[in-house]
Ligand binder design. Structure first.
Ligand code: PXP
Length: 245
């Protein structure tokens, strides 16, 4: 297959976490989004969680007004979030599982088990022109359900792969991701990947031709403490682009 370029979506949730720690306005996730785009990001990802622990409604509204680049809204498939997303009409929405007690998104969405509940949410988002992706573990049955539901994309959960020790365990997880990515592409959906990626694992994922977008947050924000956000995003984009070729 011809190799399309690889897109980088930068998740700015952690900028909001830092802001909320002191209750003020600094650091501003919108300013971080603008800097990310200036530094080579192709899109901005925000997760509006039900408990609003980091990104708030007003952040998403402000980004929708100020950014011309695509916004990818991560959200739970609830009536409240669906109504909010319909009002915002983001370029993309990524449906994720959400449990209040979790530290971050743990595991992919069970599209197989939740197919009936997800169908009206996917349809509602599509009706306002939003491309829907489902955040899934690299399992063929999950991917096939996403296609049946009319999702435009699948984002493969790379958490298990990133947490595996380098060597055979990680190689096995990478192979599962490659096989799932092939199935996503064969079904005619865009294949994205994300969660836990760093410079090394992002390069390995960027080398998979079927994967056309990586969404990365925590590593970039952590590394920005040492190197600056713009420098980290430029480095990440260069590493991904080089791995692609
Ligand atoms: N993609 C999805 C669907 C996510 O839920 C997250 C975490 O919010 C990410 C990507 C980014 O993960 P990380 O912050 O570990 O890079």
């Amino acid at each position: 297959m011809t190799l399309s370029s690889i897109r980088l979506g930068v998740n700015v949730d952690h900028v909001a976490t830092l802001r909320n720690a002191r209750g003020g306005a600094h650091p501003d996730p919108l300013a971080a989004a603008l800097l990310a785009l200036e530094s080579g990001a192709d899109s901005i990802t925000v997760h509006l969680r039900e408990d609003r622990r980091h990104i708030r409604d007003a952040d998403v509204v402000a980004m929708r007004k100020a950014l011309s680049a695509p916004i990818n809204l991560e959200m739970a498939a609830t009536p409240e979030m669906t109504e909010f997303a319909k009002g915002i009409r983001p370029h993309a929405a990524c449906l994720v599982p959400e449990r209040r007690a979790e530290v971050t998104t743990e595991g992919g969405l069970d599209a197989v088990g939740l197919e009936a509940e997800l169908a009206p949410v996917v349809a509602a988002l599509r009706s306002v022109g939003t491309r829907v992706s489902l955040f899934l573990d690299p399992e063929l049955a999950q991917v096939e359900t996403a296609a049946r539901l009319g999702a435009g994309a699948v984002e493969l959960h790379t958490g298990t792969y990133c947490e595996a020790a380098p060597g055979p365990a990680r190689d096995r997880e990478r192979q599962r991701l490659i096989e799932a990515a092939r199935r996503v592409a064969a079904l005619g959906l865009e294949c994205h990947a994300g969660h836990g990626l760093d410079y090394t694992t992002a390069a390995e994922m960027a080398a998979v031709p079927e994967i056309i977008e990586l969404n990365i947050g925590h590593f970039l924000m952590g590394q920005a403490v040492f190197d600056g956000l713009g420098a980290c995003i430029r480095r990440m984009k260069t590493i991904m682009t080089e791995a692609r070729s």
